[in-house]
Structures are given as structure tokens and as C-alpha cells.
Design a protein around this ligand. Sequence first.
Ligand SMILES: NC(=O)c1ccc[n+]([C@@H]2O[C@H](COP(=O)([O-])OP(=O)(O)OC[C@H]3O[C@@H](n4cnc5c(N)ncnc54)[C@H](O)[C@@H]3O)[C@@H](O)[C@H]2O)c1
Length: 326
Amino acid sequence: MTILITGGAGFIGHTLTSHLLSQGHTVLLVDNFNESYDPAIKWQHIESLSHLPNWSLFQGDIRDKKFLRQIFRTHAVDGVIHLAGLAGVRASLQNPAAYFDHNVNGTTVLLDAMRAANVKRLVFASSSSVYGARTGGTFQETDPAEDAVSPYALSKRAAERVCLRHHHLYGLNVFCLRFFTVYGPQQRPDMAISRFIHQLYTNQPICLFGDGLSQRDYTYVDDIVSGIGQAIERVKGYELINLGSANPVTLLDLIAQLEQLTRQRVPINWLSMQPGDVPYTHAAIEKARRVLDYRPTTNLYEGLRRMVASYQQSQLHASPQLTPGL
Ligand SMILES: NC(=O)c1ccc[n+]([C@@H]2O[C@H](COP(=O)([O-])OP(=O)(O)OC[C@H]3O[C@@H](n4cnc5c(N)ncnc54)[C@H](O)[C@@H]3O)[C@@H](O)[C@H]2O)c1
């Protein structure tokens, strides 16, 4: 298939590109290289693909109708994986309008361009945050998702509904995949695990929000991208599907594993829970198993080990005196 990935230069996007190319697909990457974090990191992601064949990059914005239509006019696209958007709960409180513009308006412009080009397959990157602030139980796709507690979560929920409208009106086939805290090498630098590893190796205190007992269903990026790969092949109708690991872990447990892997320890700077944060996530993954044959295989310790090794490797290039301990 020829697959267009929006947000292709990001953390998940470039990992997904390698995976899809290894499956024999042709990939068109769209990204605007915005400054949500250092664009040089996104260019490094692109650079890491340079030895692989069958992909092209289009630098531009999904809110730009002309730009998208030109791509669809000149390439026979079979399906779109829509990852582009502003990510992150805390930053969304600073600039909610930008989150709605990129995540909801951007999705609308993209779907209209797909309709004009008669492209009928879409996989959309939604988020576990749409379930709101819950304290227990597993999150089922049939649960209500009307109590988003951050602009980010609300923008993802609204974009799911934009997809539903296009399904009803124009017969678009859509799987909205709700990702649960994705981690792995090259994770976004603003995300907790990336920050913790950096703080441990640079001997800075770890800033921890809340009492350390909040829990997240951390999901390794390779498991996520193989779920996305299945989704674009199988997409039919309109479905909401969780992609998680079904194994919530507390922040304190996460930090203990990182201390063990890095053999570093730093003081913890305890801070109050941030508005918009949720205390707990736990994916039900039976639907993903049934519809996508999704089977996450990387446990947290192994995933963190790979992430720490990748961090060490990158630092080794920057400063050769660091000895790899793994
Ligand atoms: N990483 C996670 O834990 C997680 C969890 C749930 C959902 N998601 C969603 O998955 C997607 C990918 O996440 P990520 O962690 O790889 O984020 P990322 O920020 O690394 O990737 C997103 C990419 O989209 C690009 N982009 C943003 N707005 C754009 C626009 N208007 N036009 C073109 N490109 C644009 C950015 O430049 C960036 O490269 C996001 O939509 C995110 O909300 C991620």
C-alpha cells in the first residue's frame, strides 16, 4: 500500500515509518516541523530513515488545504495514518486554542482533502486521556468519554467525532486508536520517562507531580506501531480501539526501575498534582486483540532497558568519556 503518515517526523511517526517500510509499504511523510520541541530532533528522526527506500517527505501543515490536495493529486494514496497534532496534556493548558486549531481544525481539513481524493482508509491517533480522571477499573471502549479534563483530551475527543461524522456522511473507514502513554527510544523530550532518564544521568532532581502513586499503562512504541500497521490494513467501518499494555505501574515503581537500570539516584522534588493530569490509566485490550490481533510483547523493564541503552548511546556520541553500563 501507499500510506500517508501525518506527523511522520515525530516520535511515533518515524518509528512507524521504519516498521511500515519493513512490511513492504511505500510511505509519504507529512510534517510541519513545528517547535513543540526542538525541530532538530525531528530532522534527526528523518535522517535515521535515510538508508531506507520507498519513502518521501512533504514539509507542510495539515491545516493547509492546497498543500494536502496537491499531494493527493500527485500520489495514489491508499490510506492515511493521522498522527500530526499538538501532544501533551500540560502544555495544552497554556495554549488551548492552538490545540483545537491543530488537532480539530487540522483533522477536518485533512478529512476533507481525503474525501476530495476519494481516499477511504484512515487510522487516527487518539489518546487514553479521553477517558477523563478515573481512579480504578479497566478502560473499555464502550465507556463514556465525555469528561475530558484537559484541552488536549477534549481536542482528541472532538477529533474522534469529526472522524465519526465523515464515516456517517461520506463512508470513510476509520479506526480511532486510543494510545496509552507510549514510551521507547526517541520518546518526546517533554514526556516523563525521557525527562527522568536525563535527570538521573545529569544528576538533577526528578520533579515528581503528586504523591508518586498515580499509575500509567506505559506501552512500548514497537507494540504501538505494530498495532497501527494492523489497523491500516484492516480498517473498516468506524471503531474506537485502545492500544495499551493492560498493566498500570505507579510513578514510584517506574522511578525505582530507572534507578536500577541507570545505577543512578537523585533527590526527588515533590510538586503538587498538575491541573489536567489524570491519576490512573488502564487499557482493556480485548477489542484490539480481536480486531487487530494486537499482542503487546515488551514488558516495562525491557522497554526501559532499551530506552536507557539508546540514551547512553546518544550521549556516547556527544561525550565519549561516558562508559556504557549495559
Ligand atoms: N506519545 C504518546 O504517549 C501519545 C499518547 C496518546 C496519543 N498520542 C498521539 O499520537 C500522535 C503522535 O505523538 P508523538 O508522541 O509522536 O508526538 P510528536 O510531537 O513527536 O509528533 C507529532 C508530529 O506532528 C507534527 N505536527 C504537529 N502539528 C502539525 C500540523 N498542523 N501539520 C503538520 N505536522 C504537524 C509535529 O511537528 C510532530 O513531528 C499525536 O497526535 C499524539 O497526540 C501520543
